[in-house]
Design a protein around this ligand. Structure first.
Ligand code: MG
Length: 159
């Protein structure tokens, strides 16, 4: 068994959809980024790659690569799972904390868990997503952006 941690943040910007955990969330601003700026998918991807000791999301999906412009980050997550599978690892579970002053994330948590679980090829029971505010402190508290943190446990496939 190996464990990994992932962190990501993106700044709010107008004119883009807000996508978190592969779910489009109704809100008046989205997040800036080369891809769809899904901080949840990015944090989980980094946690997986970290657990396997295989670098990070920027190593595998460089932000200056046109292939990833406006990319669906759930597809990047699927690609990371394939990279792990090639090395004989499977995902056991992931736990995510999303820190955002707004919007309220609780109504979207189960949809995020389902999308992430599908990409990870595990049960939604093994995917946890928790929304938190930052109690109006700092850049998150001022509503400048969203941060995501994830831990992932992976295991060698036994046959
Ligand atoms: Mg990112």
């Amino acid at each position: 068994m190996r464990v990994g941690i992932g962190y990501d943040s993106h700044r709010f910007v107008s004119g883009r959809p807000l996508v978190l955990g592969g779910v489009r969330i109704p809100f008046d601003t989205g997040l800036a980024g080369h891809s769809d700026a899904d901080v949840v998918a990015h944090a989980v991807t980094d946690a997986l790659l970290g657990a396997a000791g295989l670098g990070d999301i920027g190593t595998h999906f460089p932000a200056d690569d046109e292939r990833w412009r406006d990319a669906d980050s759930i597809e990047l997550l699927r690609a990371a799972v394939r990279i792990l599978e090639e090395r004989n690892y499977q995902v056991v579970n992931v736990d995510v904390t999303v820190v955002a002053e707004q919007p309220k994330l609780r109504p979207h948590v189960d949809a995020m868990r389902a999308r992430l679980a599908d990409a990870l090829a595990i049960s939604p029971d093994n995917v946890s997503v928790k929304g938190k505010t930052n109690e109006q402190m700092g850049w998150v508290g001022r509503g400048e952006g969203i941060a995501g943190m994830a831990v992932a446990l992976i295991d060698a496939v036994r046959d």
